[in-house]
Design a protein around this ligand. Structure first.
Ligand SMILES: [Cu+2]
Length: 302
């Protein structure tokens, strides 16, 4: 009887038997980024030189505990493995998320921060610069650290952006300093494949995950029968239209869709059970954006 009461008490106190604390270590770091590593637009045949496509910038980077070792932000299968976007942060409804952040911006020497959409937090984890109100969470200077404490609550399931909201926010976002949170419902099944499509203008090109044109943007891969999830996000000033060839998903009201528009700081995820093998295009369907680089390949094998 006493044991049963103790178990009950533990369950009540923890909220859920399966709730976890997810701990991430992230830093703002300088890097040299190439928007078009193969220096080519495969569709038009136009070529570029590194003078057009390579530039120094500051991005979010995943680290091992206490920032001992710089790590890859994401697996190749999720974003093509580069440093744009930042680490994909995973959680499940009920979890606590702890993000330890360090400013290592020795390029611009700007203050930075992290501001998260979609989750519960106190003002000291907001990361947004508010004159006279905000604290160090919004103004992490070079060499300093801050810990953001977040909770994935019942209305957090979905995909959400995070980004710099310090005084240097505009330059930071324009330089590729953004990432995504991917939060599963309490009992939701994990997809077999997860792809992040981050639409943004970068260095004058229209990019997906910081790259422009087929052959540079991520090549996403899946197998027939797999549950695939596409996480679609954008920041900056433009609206985009997400489109994947040869596939449809179920939209609001149960209506099938193969396009969905997205505005600045909006985000969504779509799912399907893969059933159509082949090599397909995914792209922004705003025509000029597609021609300026927002297009990539999706390969489905049997
Ligand atoms: Cu677009």
């Amino acid at each position: 009887m006493l044991a049963a009461a103790a178990v009950f008490l533990v369950l009540v106190l923890s909220g859920s038997a399966s709730a976890r604390t997810r701990v991430y270590w992230v830093a703002a770091v300088p890097t040299t980024w190439n928007v078009i590593p193969n220096e080519k637009d495969a569709m038009s045949g136009k070529t570029f030189s590194p003078a057009d496509t390579v530039f120094p910038t500051v991005v979010y980077r995943r680290y091992s505990p206490h920032w001992r070792k710089a790590l890859a932000n994401n697996p190749r299968s999720v974003t093509d493995g580069g440093l744009i976007p930042g680490p994909l942060l995973h959680a499940r409804v009920g979890d606590r998320i702890v993000v330890h952040f360090k400013n290592m911006d020795t390029l611009r020497h700007d203050p930075h921060s992290m501001h998260f959409h979609g989750v519960f937090y106190r003002p000291s984890s907001d990361g947004a610069y508010i004159p006279g109100f905000s604290g160090r969470d919004a103004d992490v200077k070079v060499g300093q650290t801050w810990t953001y404490r977040l909770r994935a609550v019942s209305d957090s399931a979905g995909v959400w952006p995070y980004h710099d909201h310090s005084m240097s926010m505009e330059d930071s976002i324009a330089g590729g300093m953004y990432g995504a949170l991917s939060i599963l419902g309490r009992h939701e099944r994990r997809p077999d494949r997860e792809f992040v499509v981050y639409f943004n203008m970068l260095h004058g090109f229209m990019t997906i995950d910081g790259r422009a044109f087929v052959g540079n943007t991520p090549i996403f891969r899946a197998k027939v029968g797999q549950l695939v999830q596409w996480d679609v996000l954008t920041l900056g000033d433009d609206f985009h239209t997400f489109h994947v060839h040869g596939h449809r998903w179920v939209g609001p009201g149960g209506i099938p869709q193969d396009t969905k528009t997205i505005g600045p700081a909006e985000s969504f995820r779509v799912h399907w059970r893969e059933d159509n093998p082949g090599t397909w295009l995914y792209h922004c369907h705003v025509e000029s954006h597609m021609m300026d680089g927002m297009i990539g390949l999706y390969r489905v094998s049997r």
